[in-house]
Design a protein around this ligand. Structure first.
Ligand code: SER
Length: 574
């Protein structure tokens, strides 16, 4: 087994796949482009959805990269041995190119060969899909693993819950997967112990997804036009194992340190992202706010001052700045926002303490009920443990079950909110969405012509019904200006200009004056869409063929989105 550093592991991953004829693509932004199905990029496949569905990728049919990812679904497990809210995912893709045979043999080679990770094959376990009414039992993958030398007893058949990946939203590309686990050598927790169980014996490090189905809104699976491979290996987990770091949870303080470290690192990446977000009460801004506040709370337990959090941020920026240059470019902003949010939270902390005292004064008996404890958690950011500690000092208790109930009710509510977002996006290449993508380009170009070059895309969210476009601009856009923008867009629509797509390197795109977020790496090829000489933008598509298809463009609303950012909602009428 090799004791690799992070840089070495990144390098051998990309080298391995380049040797297998893969093109290296850059890490996409943490904030998904035009994709409302997820708040953050949670896996390398998100930005590739159009290509998994059949669009041609400018870099070919074999790709690999290292993708920045944020996942908060398992935030409560952060602080154990293996969970992080920010992590790097090393990935590779076959876009209708190779399939199971090559992928599994390569996975085996990368994991076990002494040129790469050099892990003893008997320390590995794999799982394959056990089959159900949507897709057959994956005996093919099991056979390939066995031929590679994985023992039968280390191959597990598991159901959809464990061995099926995607779609991240309600609809999208998906398929059965085969997952690879490190067997930590701990004894089995029961005779049934398998990689499906979370006793800690098996730690997942890599997932090969055989993306060959599309899940539609009715939950039906139909075959995709091409069979793809989508894999992802967790960089930090793999390193932790290779470096022989302990993988057990070692006590409360260690957990607090880990939480502070994890949450500040994730916050640094979100604040420093190409499409950077600031703390707020909605969407990505809210997740960021929770992370920073949770770090502050745990930091207090360790008697860390607010200033130390910024110092931790400095260390993180320093450590990653060569790989992710956006962090050093945005270092001032990252630190400023961390400080501001800390100041704001210290204010709620104090009002929260007053709220706690009020709750105690009004108490009937000696138990603080669940909804009150949840209110302290949710509104004032008090973790249950903190409320419990405060209660104990006064000889009181907290109804823990009631707290969990209130928490579960809240989650059920926020999940149904999240489902509202699962429409449109890059996975949706429906006719209406496609037209709205093109209309968004026209809107941005018209805004820049009317309001000036200060206008720059800050976010976009498209459903089949409307577009929503956020852009940098310091004041309200006046009605006559909006009318002028609308007219300009409609003039271009009337001219029925062709929408032209060209592939070029990022540098050529920049030189040609294309707008867009330059998140791709040096030399990488991108698609540039131009509409006459009116608009030119780097974009993954999909787009209409001619502007005449669009219909009549109508701005419905202009409002503030956040400081220095305006939001326009617009529709296309037939
Ligand atoms: N999309 C898969 C995952 O996230 C493989 O990258 O596990």
């Amino acid at each position: 087994m090799k004791r690799l550093t992070g840089n070495e592991l990144r390098k051998i991953w990309l080298d391995f796949f380049q040797n297998k004829k893969h093109a290296v693509i850059g890490s996409a932004s943490l904030i998904p482009e035009n994709d409302p199905t997820v708040l953050f990029t949670t896996a390398g496949m998100h930005p590739l959805v159009p290509y998994l569905l059949g669009a041609k990728h400018p870099s070919g049919t074999r790709l690999c990269n290292i993708q920045k990812c944020v996942r908060t679904g398992d935030i409560d497990e952060v602080g154990d041995a293996t969970h992080l809210t920010f992590f790097e995912m090393m990935g590779n893709w076959s876009l209708g190119d190779y399939f199971k045979d090559e992928m599994i043999s390569w996975s085996f080679e990368f994991l076990t060969s002494s040129d790469y990770l050099g892990i003893d094959k008997d320390n590995l376990a794999v799982s394959v899909f056990e089959g159900d009414e949507d897709a057959p039992k994956d005996e093919e993958s099991a056979k390939i693993w066995e031929n590679c030398g994985i023992k039968r007893e280390n191959i597990f058949y598991l159901p959809k819950k464990n061995n099926w990946w995607g779609p991240a939203g309600l609809t999208g590309p998906c398929g059965p997967d085969t997952e690879m686990f490190i067997d930590t050598g701990k004894p089995k927790c029961s005779p049934e112990c398998s990689p499906a169980c979370d006793c800690g014996k098996y730690v997942e490090i890599w997932n090969d997804v055989f993306m060959q189905y599309f899940k539609d809104a009715d939950g039906k699976f139909s075959p995709l036009s091409q069979k793809n491979v989508d894999t992802g290996m967790g960089l930090e987990r793999t390193l932790c194992f290779l470096q022989g770091k302990k993988s057990v949870y070692e006590g409360e303080y260690l957990k607090a340190f880990r939480i502070v470290g994890d949450h500040i690192r994730t916050s640094v990446f979100i604040l420093g992202d190409q499409r950077g977000v600031t703390p707020s009460n909605v969407d990505q801004g809210y997740v960021l706010r929770r992370l920073i506040r949770r770090a502050i709370r745990y930091g207090r337990m360790l008697e860390l001052s607010a200033k130390s959090l910024t110092e931790i941020a400095d260390v993180i920026i320093e450590q990653y700045k060569d790989v992710y240059t956006e962090l050093s470019d945005n270092a001032d902003k990252i630190k400023r926002e961390l400080e501001l949010e800390t100041e704001r939270f210290e204010r709620t902390l104090n009002t929260g303490l007053k709220e706690f005292e009020r709750t105690v004064r009004n108490l009937d008996g000696n138990i603080i009920d669940g909804p009150s404890a949840f209110r302290l958690y949710d509104t004032y950011g008090f973790p249950l443990e903190m409320t419990q500690e405060l209660a104990k000092e006064q000889g009181l208790e907290v109804d823990e079950k009631g707290f969990e109930q209130a928490f579960a009710n809240h989650q059920a509510k926020s999940q149904s909110g999240a489902e509202q977002r699962f429409k449109g996006g890059l996975a949706d290449s429906g006719e209406e969405t496609t037209k709205l993508h093109t209309a968004t380009h026209l809107l941005q170009a018209a805004l820049r012509k009317v309001l000036g070059e200060e206008v720059f895309q800050r976010g976009s969210n498209i459903t089949a019904e409307r577009l929503r476009f956020d852009f940098s601009f310091g004041r309200k856009v006046e009605k006559p200006e909006l009318e002028q923008v609308e007219k300009m867009v409609n003039d271009v629509i009337e001219k029925d200009l062709p929408v032209k797509m060209e592939e070029m390197t990022v540098e050529q795109a920049k030189q040609s004056g294309a707008m867009g977020i330059f998140e791709s790496r040096y030399g990488e090829k991108v698609k540039v869409y131009s509409i006459g000489d009116f608009s030119k933008e780097i974009c993954g598509g999909p787009h209409a063929k001619h502007t005449g298809e669009l219909g009549k463009f109508k701005i419905q609303k202009e409002e503030s989105s956040s400081a220095g950012v305006r939001r326009i909602k617009a529709v296309l009428e037939k």
